[in-house]
Structure formats: structure tokens, C-alpha cells
Design a protein around this ligand. Structure first.
Ligand SMILES: Cc1cc2nc3c(=O)[nH]c(=O)nc-3n(C[C@H](O)[C@H](O)[C@H](O)COP(=O)(O)OP(=O)(O)OC[C@H]3O[C@@H](n4cnc5c(N)ncnc54)[C@H](O)[C@@H]3O)c2cc1C
Length: 282
């Protein structure tokens, strides 16, 4: 069977708009048990999923559940990704997430314009709806452990190189560093879910694409100030906090996550972070 190198961003572009709703209940694991044992290989299909964020962990869980021999590579299993971590209610259902992962169920979410006009789009929520606030390290590690429970071999390892096959039926070689040692794994399929600076994208010469840079701090507030954010998340627009993205103050378990991002002006990210600190602390 011909090896395939898949990159989820490319598949997204090629198959459906990113905003197209996906009903997970109608999805089957991408490969069934029968198909997982490929006749020409006389063994299970072997897949390396590079990147253990939400995309990679979900892919690894589905593959392992379908009987595919699955390896999930994540270079950093402990640090918190600088991501707002606000997730819509539909994601909880779609990904079968336990509510224990949710730090706060927020129903007020304001967007503040550069001229200080505030719109509460929490008003668009139905009475039973909320916006879930999660910490990424909590969500990501849950999804990785679920992939592991489904049978994926989860490796805390940095993938340093992907060697693409020189002939049609040859396998891929994944080179990685694990516990300080250089190792290699031969696989039939590689799934690229390694985020913005994707090594997989480079290996398949996916070309140039733009990506955002983000900065986030976790700030513990005095109780009376934290009370203000009990049920409130804020997003700010304006050149002082980001020329092309938004800045946020999102309440989490015992702190607020304050951050910003930009695509077009990455060198100024610290200045924008100071901007949102000023807005937030004023
Ligand atoms: C500023 C900003 C704010 C955002 N806020 C929100 C929000 O509030 N809510 C929301 O739903 N989304 C938000 N997003 C989007 C969200 O962060 C992404 O959609 C999501 O992280 C994509 O998940 P992923 O699994 O594709 O990639 P990632 O989450 O980027 O995961 C990629 C993983 O691959 C690992 N990796 C990379 N290279 C290697 C390698 N060579 N070897 C091994 N492992 C590797 C990384 O460590 C990482 O864990 C935000 C994005 C930005 C930029």
C-alpha cells in the first residue's frame, strides 16, 4: 500500500471550509479494524501522529480505536499553550469532554471596541448555554490520556526530522529525540498536527502560510477584583492591544488569563501585551 503523508491543515483546505460544522456522532474512526490490517502489509497499518494538541490527540484516539498501530508524539506535555482557552458548548458535546475540565461556565462575554463601546455577546446565548473556560494544559493532557487509553503509544519526544519515501511503496521515517536519545520510527502514514511552525508542513513542502504569535499571562487578582470576573470574559479590539487580532481577559479557576495575539506585527507582541495589561489594570 502506498504510504501517505497527511497534513491536517491541507486536508482542511481541500475538503471543507474550516467553519463547516462537524457532527462527531456521525463520524466513524477513520480506519475500521478490518481496514487497519492492510492486506499488502500483512500487519496493522502504522501511523505517526506528530503533535499532541487537540487535533493530534483526537486523531490518535480515533486511529487507535479503529485498530491502527498509533504513535502520538508530543514534545512538551507540561507547559501551558498561550491560548485563550474559551471553547464553545458544542465542542464539549462533540468531543465528549467531561465538565470537570471546565474551570468556569461564563455567560457574559463582552467585546470592547477601540472607542470603548462594549457589546455583550453573551446575550446571544440560550438560557442553558455558556462559554467554557479551560486551561489548555488540562484539556490537552486529558485528550492525550484518552488517546493512550484507546491504545495509542504516547511519546514525550521532539520530532526533529521526517524523511519522506523515495519510492511509492517505501515507508516514512520519523526521527525524534526521546529522553536525550536520538531514535527512529518507520511508519506507513504521518499525520501532521504539530501546530503553527509545523515540521510536517516543511517536510511535505507545504509552502508559506501565515500564523499568529500569542502572549498570555496568568494573573491572580485580589478576591474582590476576581469577583468581577466571576461570570465575565472580555475581549478587546484596537491597535493598542493588537492591530489584527484581539486581546482577552478570560477567567479561569483562580486567576484571569490575560493575553493577546497578532499575525502581522509579531515583533510588537510585548508592546500589545503591555497594552492589554494597562486596559485590564486601569
Ligand atoms: C492568540 C490565540 C488565541 C486563541 N484563543 C483560542 C480560544 O480562546 N479558544 C479556542 O478554541 N481556540 C483559540 N485559539 C486557537 C487554538 O489555539 C488552536 O485552534 C489550537 O491550538 C489548534 O490545535 P492543534 O492541535 O491543531 O495545534 P496545537 O494546539 O498548536 O498543538 C500542536 C502540538 O504539537 C506539538 N509539536 C509541535 N512541533 C512538534 C514536534 N516537532 N515534535 C513533537 N511535538 C510537536 C506542540 O508542542 C503542540 O502541543 C487561539 C489561537 C491563538 C493564536
Amino acid at each position: 500500500m502506498a504510504s501517505q503523508l497527511l497534513h491536517h491543515r491541507i486536508l482542511h483546505r481541500g475538503t471543507a471550509p474550516a467553519s463547516a460544522p462537524i457532527d462527531r456522532r456521525n463520524l466513524r474512526p477513520p480506519t475500521t479494524c478490518a481496514a487497519a490490517v492492510t492486506p499488502s502489509l500483512h500487519r496493522k497499518l502504522r501511523v505517526a501522529v506528530i503533535g499532541g494538541g487537540p487535533a493530534g490527540s483526537s486523531a490518535a484516539e480515533s486511529l487507535a480505536s479503529g485498530g491502527v498501530e498509533t504513535f502520538l508524539f508530543e514534545r512538551n506535555t507540561s507547559s501551558a499553550k498561550p491560548c485563550g482557552g474559551a471553547i464553545p458548548l458544542c465542542m464539549i458535546e462533540e468531543f465528549d469532554l467531561p465538565l470537570s475540565l471546565v474551570d468556569r461556565k461564563v455567560t457574559e462575554m463582552t467585546i470592547v471596541s477601540p472607542s470603548n463601546i462594549t457589546v455583550d455577546f453573551g446575550k446571544t446565548l440560550m438560557p442553558h448555554e455558556f462559554i467554557a473556560m479551560v486551561r489548555r494544559e488540562v484539556l490537552d493532557s486529558y485528550l492525550r490520556s484518552r488517546a493512550q487509553s484507546a491504545g495509542a503509544d504516547v511519546k514525550t519526544a521532539l520530532v526533529t526530522e521526517i524523511r519522506t519515501p523515495s519510492t511509492t511503496n517505501a515507508p516514512y521515517k520519523v526521527i525524534y529525540t526521546e529522553e536525550g536519545s536520538r531514535r527512529e520510527l518507520v511508519v506507513d502514514v504521518v499525520v501532521g498536527s504539530d501546530g503553527a511552525n509545523s515540521r510536517v508542513a516543511k517536510a511535505i513542502e507545504a509552502g508559506e502560510y501565515s500564523c499568529a504569535i500569542a502572549f498570555q499571562e496568568r494573573i491572580k487578582l485580589p478576591d474582590e477584583k476576581m469577583e468581577y470576573y466571576e461570570n465575565l470574559a472580555e475581549m478587546y479590539l484596537g491597535d493598542d492591544v493588537s492591530p489584527d487580532f484581539y486581546a482577552w481577559v478570560f477567567p479561569k479557576c483562580d486567576h484571569v488569563a490575560v493575553g493577546t495575539g497578532t499575525v502581522c506585527s509579531k515583533q510588537n507582541i510585548k508592546m500589545y501585551q503591555r497594552g492589554i495589561q494597562c486596559v485590564h489594570l486601569s
